[in-house]
Write a protein that binds this ligand. Structure first.
Ligand SMILES: Nc1ncnc2c1ncn2[C@@H]1O[C@H](COP(=O)(O)OP(=O)(O)OP(=O)(O)O)[C@@H](O)[C@H]1O
Ligand SMILES: [Mg+2]
Length: 351
């Protein structure tokens, strides 16, 4: 039987390239060799593609890999990609990776891929656009305001006043399109705003200011099966830091996670599942997604961060929830590839 050539695209041009390397390496290591031939493809910081030998995949950082590319890897053009692989497993995160950019390229090349198409990927990335659409569909989302860098620099006092009229302290400042908690600040006193805005504007021209949610954070992996999207599991998160920060997300043992939840009542867990599926469908997500939110003290469920992809390091929610559902990493990866292939076989025009 001919194996499906699965190109695992990792690295990339975003602030999350190291997270991407960890995800991609783990996918490569756990790919079912009876069904798939794994081909690691590195996207460098200029967006160029390189087919890597497996030895490069185990390098510690994307910088280490970059130093070896000229000597050990094979550079390919975008057009050549379709001669090299049958399917793209997108292990990229963040800008150009799960925001519709690489999806557009793969559509033009006619290569099926994991996750949703161009529009839904872009919506999964843009925290302002996604909130408008979810709110319209009757899903609870936080109150928020969007500010452009030009507006902030032109008249900071005016922006400060607008924020003060809308939000109590603490409130949250975040770049409108980022991941891994990059550029997120919980503003706990008025003096913190300046630094918070500066940090967020370093990553995007637009910043979202959001009400602070006091409650229990959760994360849900959704997997699209033949019968439709289903919840893999619900994980309750208790960060060690002020909030669920980059370090909490990726340093082992930094925060407590419970799958299934320990402190969320069963009827609320059911509502989480209903709202998460509704959010998945409303945004047009396909094959899989990771949707995060908060349960408030009064029992309300808010959706705060629908992601059109998921981290796939060994300790990620993706594999933790798979394990809870009785699936080994290789089984989970195979299911996702099968779901994605099916979705692309059924599409008419771009996904
Ligand atoms: N409105 C809020 N109230 C309280 N905490 C918040 C709020 N928004 C974000 N946070 C905290 O900041 C973290 C990162 O925010 P968010 O989920 O929006 O960012 P992200 O960078 O897209 O994360 P991910 O890597 O999960 O995609 C959250 O996990 C949560 O702990
Ligand atoms: Mg996110």
């Amino acid at each position: 039987m001919k194996l499906l050539r699965v190109g695992i695209i990792l690295g990339g041009m975003s602030s999350e390239k190291e997270v991407s390397l960890n995800s991609g390496r783990n996918v490569y290591d756990n790919l079912d060799g009876e069904k798939y031939e794994g081909i690691p493809i590195f996207m460098d910081s200029e967006g160029r593609l390189w087919i890597m030998p497996w030895q490069l995949v185990s390098q510690n950082t994307t910088t280490d890999i970059s130093e070896h590319l000229e000597r050990d890897a094979r550079r390919i053009s975008y057009e050549q990609l379709k001669d090299e692989i049958d399917f793209a497993f997108i292990s990229l995160h963040g800008k150009y990776g799960d925001d519709g950019c690489i999806q557009g390229l793969l559509e033009i090349l006619g290569i099926p891929y994991t996750g949703p198409g161009v529009l839904a990927s872009a919506l999964g990335m843009d925290k302002s656009a996604q909130q408008k659409i979810l709110r319209e569909a009757g899903i609870n989302v936080p109150e928020s305001m969007l500010f452009g860098e030009d507006e902030w620099l032109r008249d900071k006092n005016r922006v400060r006043k607008k924020i003060a009229e809308a939000f109590d302290i603490p409130f949250v400042v975040k770049p409108v399109r980022e991941g891994s908690s990059m550029g997120v600040t919980i503003v706990r006193n008025a003096d913190m705003l300046e630094d918070g805005m500066f940090g967020a504007f370093k990553l995007d021209k637009y910043v979202l200011v959001e009400e602070y949610l006091e409650g229990i954070e959760f994360s849900c992996i959704v997997l699209e099966r033949e019968s439709g999207p289903g919840i893999l599991g619900v994980t309750e998160i208790h960060p060690q830091s002020d909030f669920y920060s980059y370090d909490d997300k990726y340093m082992p043992g930094r925060c407590s996670k419970f799958t299934p939840p320990r402190n969320i009542p069963a009827d609320v867990v059911d509502r989480i599942k209903t709202d998460v599926i509704k959010a998945f469908e409303t945004l047009g997500f396909r094959s899989y997604g990771r949707i995060d939110g908060f349960v408030m003290e009064d029992g309300r469920v808010l959706i705060t961060d629908p992601n059109s992809s998921s981290g796939m390091a060994p300790s990620s929610f993706f594999f933790e929830q798979a394990a809870e559902a009785g699936m080994l990493p290789s089984m989970m990866i195979s299911e996702l590839i099968e779901a994605s292939v099916r979705v692309h076989e059924e599409k008419r025009g771009p996904l």
